[in-house]
Design a protein around this ligand. Structure first.
Ligand SMILES: NC(=O)c1ccc[n+]([C@@H]2O[C@H](COP(=O)([O-])OP(=O)(O)OC[C@H]3O[C@@H](n4cnc5c(N)ncnc54)[C@H](O)[C@@H]3O)[C@@H](O)[C@H]2O)c1
Length: 171
C-alpha cells in the first residue's frame, strides 16, 4: 500500500534516524513499495552512553533494520565531516529527517539544540544543494502548555519542545 502518488523508484532517499522507530518503518516502506529506490539510512545507533536522566543518548538499534537491503551508515548529524561526506557521495532526491534527541525529558539543552536545530539546518543546506525535498519531523510538544493548537500559539514547556519550535521557524 502506498500513501500518495509519488513514484520513489529510481530516487535516492536519505533517512536520518533510520534505525529508530519511525525512520526504520520508513526504510521498509520504501523497500517494499519502491524496490528500485536507493535508500540510505544514516543513524548514530545506540551505545551505552546516557544522558543525566539515565536515558540512552540515541535509540537506534540494528534490530529495527533486520531485513533491510539498503545502505546503512553509522554517523552523527552533528559531525560536519560526516555530513560533507554524505553531500559529496550522493545526490539525494528526498531527505526524510527523523534523527533527533527524541526523549522529551532530556535536560542537556546544549546538545538538544545542536542536534535538533543546528544539525537540521546543516541538512537543509544539503537538501538545497541537491535540490532535494526535505521532510522533517516536528512534534506536538511544540504546543506544551498552550490551549490553542495552531501555528503562532506554541508554548513549549521543555527543551525538546523548544527545539522543535525552532525547527519549524527555520522552514
Ligand atoms: N514517535 C513519536 O510519537 C514522535 C512524535 C512526535 C515527533 N517525533 C519525532 O519524529 C522523529 C523520529 O522519532 P522516533 O519516535 O522514531 O524516535 P527514535 O528515537 O526512535 O529515532 C530517532 C533516531 O535518531 C537517531 N539519532 C539521535 N541522535 C542522532 C544523531 N546525533 N545523529 C544521527 N542519528 C541520531 C537515534 O539513534 C534514533 O535511531 C524525531 O524527530 C522525533 O522527535 C516522534
Amino acid at each position: 500500500m502506498t500513501y500518495n502518488d509519488i513514484n520513489f523508484n529510481n530516487k535516492t532517499i536519505l533517512i536520518t534516524g533510520g534505525a529508530g522507530f519511525i525512520g526504520s518503518n520508513l526504510a521498509f516502506y520504501f523497500q517494499e513499495n519502491f524496490p528500485d529506490a536507493k535508500v540510505v539510512v544514516f543513524d548514530l545507533f545506540r551505545s551505552d552512553a546516557t544522558f543525566s536522566n539515565g536515558s540512552l543518548k540515541s535509540f537506534g538499534h540494528y534490530k529495527n533494520l533486520l531485513g533491510f537491503h539498503g545502505t546503512v551508515i553509522s554517523g552523527d548529524i552533528n559531525d560536519k565531516i560526516a555530513l560533507k561526506d554524505l553531500e559529496d557521495s550522493y545526490s539525494f532526491d528526498y531527505i526524510f529527517h527523523q534523527a533527533a534527541i527524541s526523549d522529551t525529558t532530556v535536560q542537556e539543552q546544549d546538545i538538544m539544540m545542536q542536534t535538533n536545530i543546528n544539525a537540521y539546518e546543516d541538512l537543509l543546506k544539503i537538501a538545497i544543494k541537491h535540490n532535494a525535498n526535505m521532510i522533517y519531523a516536528s512534534s506536538a510538544a511544540t504546543y506544551g502548555d498552550s490551549d490553542r493548537f495552531e501555528v503562532g500559539y506554541e508554548q513549549p514547556n521543555n527543551a525538546y519542545g523548544f527545539s522543535k519550535v525552532m525547527m519549524d521557524n527555520i522552514t
